[in-house]
Design a protein around this ligand. Structure first.
Ligand code: C5P
Length: 218
């Protein structure tokens, strides 16, 4: 499969989603928000009252999930859940579920189906290491925890959602520890990834940098 892929991995709130969307738009490529897929499994499991530790039931759920993405965001069982999957509780549950290897395996083929002409920008934790190991460009996007917590805080505030910066920072560090420490596809840069620190960069600057890295390769 020689359809090009740009893989953008990194921790929570590092700006991956914004950067992936900007790069995909500039190139006219498809996008895969793999975190949204884990969030959809998490949301479905909460609604169906499947326990976060019931691996067999979660694998079954992951394999048969009725999901769809369009301009409005993610859909589950025909219902738009773009806002619902962004809740902190859903993100936290997603990161617990994502530690289960069989669940990850059940979602692999589904993620690879997003690779379609003319190209794909995929963001997540293991895009460059597991899902698209032969991606043309792999970016590992990092930012200081404080900077990430502040971004999240400002995003929530802009939406009129009240939040506490210290709570956000603590949740974010817990999620980092879980994503980095797990055995199945831990959050680590691929050996051939370019690490970018966005702490002091705007999204537009990071997007421009990723585009120039990609253009330098083709
Ligand atoms: O990126 P986002 O915060 O939406 O992802 C939610 C959770 O899904 C992450 O904390 C992580 O545990 C999991 N995830 C993953 N692998 C991916 C994308 C997300 O394990 N490729």
């Amino acid at each position: 499969n020689d359809i090009p892929v740009i893989a953008i991995d990194g921790p929570t709130a590092s700006g991956k989603g914004t950067v992936a969307a900007g790069v995909a738009q500039a190139l006219g490529w498809h996008i895969l928000d793999s975190g949204a897929i884990y969030r959809l499994v998490a949301l479905a499991s909460m609604r169906r009252e499947v326990a976060a530790g019931d691996e067999a039931a979660l694998v079954e759920l992951a394999g048969h999930l009725d999901i769809r993405f369009d301009v409005d965001g993610a859909w589950l069982d025909g219902e738009c859940v773009a806002d619902a999957i962004r809740q902190e509780a859903v993100g936290a549950r997603a990161s617990v579920i994502a530690a289960l290897p069989e669940v990850r395996a059940a979602l692999l083929a589904r993620q690879r189906q997003f690779r379609q002409v003319p190209g794909l920008v995929a963001d997540g934790r293991d895009m460059g290491t597991v899902v698209f190991p032969r991606a043309q460009l792999k970016v590992f996007l990092v930012a200081a925890a404080q900077a990430r917590a502040e971004r999240r805080y400002n995003q929530l505030k802009a939406k009129g959602i009240s939040a506490n910066l210290e709570d956000l920072l603590r949740d974010l560090m817990e999620r980092d520890a879980r994503d980095t420490g797990r055995k199945a596809a831990p959050l680590v840069p691929a050996s051939d990834a370019m690490t970018l620190d966005s702490s002091a960069m705007t999204a537009a600057e990071v997007i421009a940098q990723v585009l120039s890295l990609y253009r330098a390769r083709i």
